[in-house]
Design a protein around this ligand. Structure first.
Ligand code: KG4
Ligand code: ZN
Length: 356
């Protein structure tokens, strides 16, 4: 596919807003693929002392930041609100108070400037984030969305046509990274420090448990692994002269997560008979995970796609992509639309456009 350039016809500019967790983000995307601007205001420094996201703090920070973040996204894209073709905003899943900030602001902009609005499922945003990159996969493909709040595998048949094949039954993979980092005193969020530390450790040093459930299951479970690491570290701290470094614990933990994610993803790919695999979400930034999935995909002659780190972690651009396709399908949200803390992707199929 040729590199992306501005399309010659009138382009459709969508403002995407996401405030589902601890990032206030807004972006303007043309025609569901060309990013004109993408602004993300991270709240990490506010949540870091607590070792996790504090919902109340997140809502307050979103209120403080939503207006300047949207203003910056519009001015960087050189687009005026009245010239937008749509406003797409995350309505769930996520923290209710946090979601409400983005949705309320989107509603007020849409109402005042008479711009069509659409409510977007955050998980659909992650799945479609791959279309922000050059050379996206053809449908159908299998996608793993893996972050601090979710770990799910989908059969992606087309825009708006997703079948969930498996999901975590307890902790998300990113949550496991964050909790193990806390146990090891590495701070929050834990993914990057664990990955960095793991580089100098031996991944086969400690055999942490891998939860596969039943043979064909595509569901995940990471809470047992987290407990196993916690018990191991407690014992390790009491022992002296043991031939295990903290880097070995980080590397062995990371390997346990990556092995399960990769094996289940490949099983899903083979089951569905697809030709492309996609990973997205914050944990998809992990280089060791990318390397392992790439090697397995190559072996099975499948294409492997992942968004750049800025589009893996939460961002408004992926919401604009999902919103673009929904608006093109004729969907619109009225001002009565509300947030949904839980919003399984299966619910999208049962929603008629006006019910959004
Ligand atoms: O997608 P995201 O920004 O927000 C959620 O929707 O949760 O993902 C954040 C999660 C955190 O749990 C963080 O520790 C994890 O992604 N993460 C990583 C890496 N970078 C971020 N996990 C493993 N390795 C990484 N390099
Ligand atoms: Zn996310």
């Amino acid at each position: 596919m040729a590199p992306k350039t501005h399309p010659p016809l009138k382009q459709m500019n969508i403002l995407g807003i996401d405030t589902s967790c601890d990032d206030t983000s807004a972006a303007v995307v043309a025609d569901g693929e060309l990013v004109l601007s993408s602004i993300v205001h991270s709240q990490i420094k506010h949540h870091h002392p607590y070792g996790g996201v504090v919902p109340e703090l997140a809502s307050r920070e979103h209120i403080r930041n939503i207006v300047p973040v949207v203003d910056r996204a519009l001015s960087k894209a050189n687009v005026k609100i009245k010239d937008l073709d749509g406003i797409a905003v995350t309505v769930g899943p996520g923290l209710v108070g946090a979601l409400l900030v983005g949705l309320s602001y989107a509603k007020s902009l849409a109402y005042v400037h008479q711009v069509p609005m659409i409510g977007v499922n955050h998980l659909e945003g992650h799945i479609l984030s791959i279309f922000l990159e050059d050379n996206p996969p053809d449908f159908p493909f299998v996608a793993l969305t893996v972050s601090g709040g979710h770990t799910s595998v989908y059969h992606v048949k087309g825009y708006g046509d997703y079948v969930q094949l498996g999901q975590t039954l307890d902790d998300a993979a990113g949550e496991a990274f964050d909790k193990v980092a806390k146990i090891l005193g590495l701070g929050y969020p834990g993914g990057v420090p664990i990955e960095n530390l793991a580089r100098s450790g031996e991944k086969d040093k400690i055999s942490f448990p891998r939860a596969y459930m039943s043979r064909d299951s595509l569901d995940f479970s990471f809470s047992g692994l987290k407990t196993a690491v916690s018990l191991y570290v407690k014992k390790w701290r009491q022992e002296e002269n043991v031939d295990v470094e903290v880097a070995d614990i980080a590397a062995s933990f990371q390997e346990a997560v990556i092995e399960v994610l990769t094996n289940k993803l490949m099983t899903a790919g083979e089951k569905m008979g697809i030709h492309s695999i996609v990973i997205a979400g914050g944990v998809a930034c992990n280089q060791a995970l990318r390397d392992k999935v790439r090697a397995c995909a190559l072996e099975k002659k499948m294409g492997f796609h992942y968004p750049r780190p800025a589009y893996c972690t939460d961002n408004g651009a992926m919401i604009a992509v999902a919103g673009y396709h929904r608006l093109r399908m004729g969907e619109r949200a009225g001002l009565s639309i509300d947030v949904r803390s839980k919003f399984p992707i299966q619910d999208l199929a049962s929603m008629t456009p006006r019910e959004q």
